[in-house]
Design a binder for this molecule. Structure first.
Ligand code: SF4
Ligand code: MG
Length: 325
């Protein structure tokens, strides 16, 4: 499978007078053509910041892309000018956010903003644009798509708004879709419908997708491969099936075992003790060491080397490369 995107040694920092916060600290991973890559971890682990770095849309002030490369079809997006990036955003790379109201303009009708998204990137007549929008509203199973064109975002339910966002993200036939917790704000039934829809559309379009979530249940339904992040670092990379069967990193194991399960009543089976480290108080060495029952001396000082468990399964933990004695 060919590589579409390659993030290499990315460092995205928040730099203030008082501190340098290493939100993403030497992160590398790849997205292959046509795959859905899940990026999972608790909030604050650096998953959104890594992925938004791809199009240089990291939220918050004082962002500094301190190092690394992000090769999209061989070109480094970190080196692109704002003008070059604008050409790529919304055309080759689309983003679906958790809360569509932040991405939809409340003052314009759905039709007007969809048409604009399309016209920003291609020469197309107003009639053609309108037809294309209706076609995509149908694709996301919006009832009465012609009528939807005249509605305003606030008049839609959360689920409908997210469908509109997905239609807008797909209308330019992007090569990569970055979906940042797209169903987290929705109730369970609607979430399941949206995930099914996204899976079906992905089959149809063949686009690659980065699916960011804190929810391993969502990962198991959506992702071909998974990147697990903790404390601004990648801790494990694996095909999805293999991760659920043979997770190796103590943090991944904790995540898997602390999932709420339908067949288990009462408390969660195993909860990882402690909290996610705050950015300005990140532990040295392996960032998970204060919470890890296997931590040894080396874990406190040095970030682990990668251990290859199979061709596509990689873990960053001293336990697997003899550093835990
Ligand atoms: Fe635990 Fe050490 Fe592995 Fe980190 S490197 S997860 S502290 S055993
Ligand atoms: Mg986030």
């Amino acid at each position: 499978q060919e590589t579409l995107l390659s993030i290499r040694n990315l460092k995205t920092y928040f730099v203030t007078d008082e501190a340098v916060l290493k939100a993403v600290d030497d992160v590398s991973f790849e997205v292959k053509k046509g795959e859905t890559l899940g990026v999972v971890g608790e909030s604050g682990c650096g998953k959104s910041v890594s992925c938004m770095s791809i199009v240089k849309l990291v939220q918050g002030g004082n962002v500094k892309y301190e190092g690394g490369q992000i090769l999209f079809e061989g070109r480094d997006t970190l080196q692109m000018t704002e003008k070059e990036l604008r050409k790529i955003r919304g055309k080759d790379i689309s983003i679906i956010f958790q809360e569509p109201m932040t991405a939809l303009n409340p003052l314009y009708t759905i039709g007007d903003q969809m048409k604009e998204a399309l016209k920003n990137h291609q020469k197309i007549s107003d009639r053609q644009a309108r037809e294309r929008c209706v076609e995509y509203l149908k694709k996301v199973k919006i009832p009465m798509p012609e009528e939807m064109m005249f509605r305003y975002p606030f008049s839609l339910s959360g689920g409908m708004r997210q469908r509109v966002m997905i239609a807008m993200a797909l209308i330019t036939s992007p090569k990569l879709i970055i979906a940042d917790e797209p169903t987290t704000a929705l109730d369970v039934t609607i979430q399941a419908q949206i995930l099914d829809l996204m899976n079906a559309l992905k089959e149809e379009t063949g686009s690659s997708c980065i699916f960011i979530t804190h929810d391993l249940g969502v990962i198991s339904e959506m992702a071909d491969r998974v990147v697990v992040m903790y404390g601004g670092k990648v801790c494990e990379v694996s095909p999805t099936d293999e991760l659920f069967e043979h997770a190796a990193h103590p943090y991944t194991l904790g995540l898997i075992h602390s999932r709420p399960r339908a067949d288990f009543e009462g408390d969660r089976l195993e909860v990882i003790p402690g909290n996610v480290p705050s950015l300005n108080d990140k532990p040295e060495g392996c960032p998970f060491h204060p919470r890890c029952r296997y931590a040894g001396k080396k874990c406190e000082k040095e970030f682990p080397e990668a251990a290859l468990l199979s061709e596509e399964h990689k873990v960053f933990c001293w336990k697997y490369c003899g550093g835990c004695e």
